[in-house]
Design a protein around this ligand. Structure first.
Ligand SMILES: Cc1ncc(C[n+]2csc(CCOP(=O)(O)OP(=O)(O)O)c2C)c(N)n1
Length: 265
């Protein structure tokens, strides 16, 4: 599969999906599009017809507000019909604004209360190892989400128990809900911190599918692996990119969405 093309499909599909309600978490959805393309386009072992297959690789989208991007990847890979994307944010629908594993096929963790996903990912990775399953667990957290102390406990746990079947992505888009991460709670050198905690840490351009793919394939021995994604909040949607740092949750017009779709690369 052409991963760059798949990323474009996910981006365009997400914009169309968000156009239906006319509001949503566009910023943090756009910044993980390329990562989802590499995971669902090539790297992950999964079966859209059997989302509960125990041997599958798992994805914990801890920044659960980025659901629309994940829903697009899942629909495009055949987990559910594309028409279902119109259910985004609808009362009683199967695509809530924050991901919910009891509602959406292919969603592996219910999230929205930030800071919990990496702990769950540790448990899932440990469970797979104890059960003899050759499966990987991937977890995506936001940079702002790292303000939650629970993450740092999970980082120690993963290194101590040598969870080499765990990969953490930090979506370092430098912005959180109400401002720049540097202003709200400076994180410093995320990669150096994860290395100091005993992880193999790699920083890549989070909008370069080749770079993400290489980082995923790169061996990490017994260590858990962290991939720090250097990203832009709202990437690829001009109306959102130009609104940084106020693009966490936005309203937008059909014209803005159409223009962004035309410009999508
Ligand atoms: C425990 C908790 N505190 C606060 C919030 C409200 N909240 C939702 S998204 C967000 C910002 C998250 O920033 P980041 O992790 O950088 O996400 P991204 O920029 O990638 O969307 C906040 C504070 C929440 N969902 N959960």
């Amino acid at each position: 599969m052409n991963l760059k093309e798949f990323a474009k499909e996910i981006r365009v599909t997400t914009l169309k999906q968000l156009a239906v309600p006319g509001f949503g978490h566009v910023g943090g959805a756009m910044s993980i599009v390329e990562t989802l393309a590499v995971l669902f386009g090539e790297i992950m072992k999964h079966d859209p017809k059997n989302p509960d297959w125990e041997e599958r690789d798992k994805l914990i989208l801890s920044k659960g507000h980025a659901g629309p991007a994940l829903y697009s990847a899942l629909a495009l890979r055949g987990y559910f019909p594309m028409e279902m994307l119109d259910e985004l944010n609808k009362f009683g629908g199967r695509l809530p604004s924050h991901v919910d594993r009891t509602k959406t096929p292919g969603v592996d963790m219910t999230a929205g209360s930030l800071g919990q996903g990496l702990s769950v990912a540790c448990g899932v990775a440990m469970g797979d190892r104890l059960s003899g399953r050759v499966s990987r667990t991937y977890c995506i957290v936001g940079d702002g989400e790292l303000d939650e102390g629970q993450n740092w406990e999970a980082m120690m746990f993963a290194a101590h128990y040598k969870l080499s079947n765990l990969t953490l992505f930090v979506d370092n888009n430098k912005v959180q809900l109400d401002g720049y991460t540097d202003d709200v709670m400076r994180l410093g050198d995320i990669s150096a911190k994860l290395s100091a905690f005993g992880w193999k840490a790699i920083t890549v351009n989070g909008h370069d599918t080749d770079a993400i793919r290489s980082a995923l394939i790169d061996g990490a021995g017994e260590q858990p692996k962290a991939i720090i994604l250097d990203t832009v909040k709202g990437k690829g949607a001009n109306f959102a990119e130009s609104a940084v740092p106020n693009n966490h949750h936005m309203t937008f017009t059909a014209e803005q969405i159409d223009a962004a779709i035309k410009e999508a690369v």
